[in-house]
Design a protein. Structure first.
Length: 367
């Protein structure tokens, strides 16, 4: 398909996508839109994926990943019906208003063509910078094509669950095409001082600094051994069991086998760029954080804990923040990307944040 000087290309499988063309549109903080992560998603999402790319002068200038989300897909955190329900319950701006306008409630938005990546946080259209940069028209061409995919598949809506407030071009395109929007969370990232933990803790307010040092002391006093290791097949089953414990704590039922498959697939695709921060006691793993690396960025992907053993020991903060900051500085990592959720805890531990919004178009309801 061509529009003026632009050509629109569709792919159904990542294996068909030229890696350099796709990844050339990604930035350092786009790990979850990189070609190798999309391969992980394709292998574990259990739903049809479609990938769109705009080319000009035979060069890619913009791209969009989409997935068909039905009521049967297991990844509920970013699915439009669960997201709208949660945001309305928590009083996020615009969510309750949209819910009132939907005669059939949030489930009336399913199935949806879920756009901008299946990950939770920073849904976006990839686009080039420099001389051959993407124009607003290129972005709009991709958005219109996603709407066509939705119409052709008899979907009820098109959704972009977590658009960053700084992505002004996409926000404007979606607004002008009649999408409704509501606040869907905040995205958090922690810049890393090369001086490591000492510089990190020194920059915190005094009360928080004392709390952090106390938390580290409690973990050490409990005899927990904290290490940074590769992801090996021997530990994947244990990691999966710990992740399921964490999900159950928040009311989510998740099969251990599915968690193990996700961790194993990510480890296989990312190889040396996948690693785990571990807390051991009495010879057993009591907590973990799976970290994925892309360039100078580290992503906290999955975690889990043995709550029966730990009680109120703050191993979560030790692994995800304090030890993570130490290792990140040693490895030359510039930023740890934490994503959404636990706003107060993340901000109080030094994270910078940006507002995210969900944009949704019920088909046939353009304003």
């Amino acid at each position: 398909m061509r529009s003026g000087e632009s050509a629109l290309i569709r792919w159904e499988h990542t294996a068909d996508i030229p890696v350099d063309d796709w990844d050339g549109l990604t930035g350092p903080d786009d790990l979850f839109l990189s070609h190798r992560w999309l391969r992980v998603v394709e292998e574990t999402a259990r739903t049809p994926m479609r990938y769109l790319c705009v080319q000009r002068a035979d060069q890619p200038v913009a791209a969009l990943a989409t997935a068909l989300a039905t009521a049967d897909v297991p990844w509920v955190a970013g699915r439009i019906d669960h997201l709208l329900d949660r945001c309305a319950d928590e009083g996020f701006d615009g969510a309750a208003d949209l819910m009132r306008r939907l005669a059939g409630g949030a489930t009336s938005l399913l199935p949806t063509v879920h756009c901008g990546g299946r990950h939770v946080g920073r849904t976006r259209v990839l686009h080039a910078a420099g001389p051959l940069h993407a124009s607003r028209e290129d972005v709009e061409l991709l958005v219109a094509e996603a709407e066509k995919i939705a119409a052709d598949s008899s979907s009820a809506s098109v959704s972009y669950p977590y658009v960053d407030e700084r992505d002004t071009v996409l926000v404007e395109v979606l607004r002008d095409r009649g999408y409704s929007s509501f606040t869907s969370g905040n995205y958090h990232a922690l810049p890393i001082d090369p001086a490591g933990f000492s510089a990190y803790v020194a920059a915190l307010p005094r009360k928080r600094r004392l709390s952090v040092l106390s938390e580290r002391g409690r973990v050490r006093a409990a005899g927990l051994n904290i290490t940074h290791e590769p992801v090996t097949p021997q530990i994947i089953g244990t990691l999966a069991e710990l992740e399921v414990q964490l999900l159950a704590k928040y009311g989510l039922s998740w099969p251990v086998e599915r968690s193990a498959a996700a961790i194993g697939t990510a480890a296989a695709r990312f190889e040396d760029d996948a690693s785990v921060l571990l807390g051991r006691a009495d010879g057993a793993i009591r907590g973990f954080a799976l970290m994925l690396r892309r360039g100078d960025q580290w992503y906290a992907r999955q975690c889990g804990f043995d709550y029966g053993f730990l009680g109120k020991l703050p191993l979560y903060y030790e692994l995800l923040y304090y030890f993570a900051v130490e290792r990140a500085a040693e490895l030359g990592v510039a930023t740890i990307q934490y994503g959404i959720g636990s706003d107060t805890a993340k901000r109080s531990r030094g994270c910078a944040s940006s507002r995210l919004s969900c944009h949704v178009l019920p088909l046939g309801q353009r304003g």
